[in-house]
Design a protein around this ligand. Sequence first.
Ligand code: ADP
Ligand code: MG
Length: 243
Amino acid sequence: AEEALVNSEKLSVAGQMAAGIAHEIRNPLASLKGFSQLLKKKFDKHHDYFDIMLAELDRINEIVQEFMALAKPQANQLFGHYDLIRILQAVMTLLETQAIMKNVELCIKLNDTADTSIYCDENQIKQVFINLLKNAIEAMPGGGCIEIELRALREGEVTVLIKDQGIGIPIELIDKLGGPFYTTKSSGTGLGLMICNRIVQAHHGEMSFASESGLGTTVTVVLPLAGSRAAEKAKVTAGSAQA
Ligand code: ADP
Ligand code: MG
């Protein structure tokens, strides 16, 4: 447990630093983008060059934003009581357009879960499901269906399963998931799952992957219900981080 603590502290220092640097990069980046847009109008003959520059600037911006999110679980924890179903529905609405464009259908399955009240930082938990659903959508180039299933598998916890029908993850690569910069995508950052891990850990939850190449992937996220022991622990940590 001590080693885990040391590791999480290391991560938090690295995360804070990354976020600090990311923050400093943002302003000059915005200025570069503004002037590129201006020059694009001025040199219309070369507008395609400027389109590439603008797209690359957007990409830097995306990476910078993900870095800034890394430090957030420590920096601005706003814990409260939220209904997980509502959080998931908000995330689905957010990603709807992106899903439709990729021919992907998102559906939610509620099953036997009576209690879905969790104690969390709402934006952070949203971020977890945004990252996971984005990955699921990106894993299905031919479209398909993503099922978000809520289950009451264990006392005091709520389980969310995110099942896609995508390309899957080879078993020997599952251990690498969530490592910084681990990506198999040409334009990926490899930070999404690392952020998910950090946030889920800060909420005293668990995340795991099951996958079959070519058939799809199921990500399981377990979160403590509000009022459970683990949620109380998260409350204590969140309280001391705020002080
Ligand atoms: P990124 O999406 O930028 O590559 P992530 O940390 O979100 O970074 O994901 C890391 C890698 O994990 C991805 O590049 C991909 O290889 C793999 N992965 C994650 N989720 C899925 C999924 N649902 N299906 C297939 N592969 C996945
Ligand atoms: Mg991702």
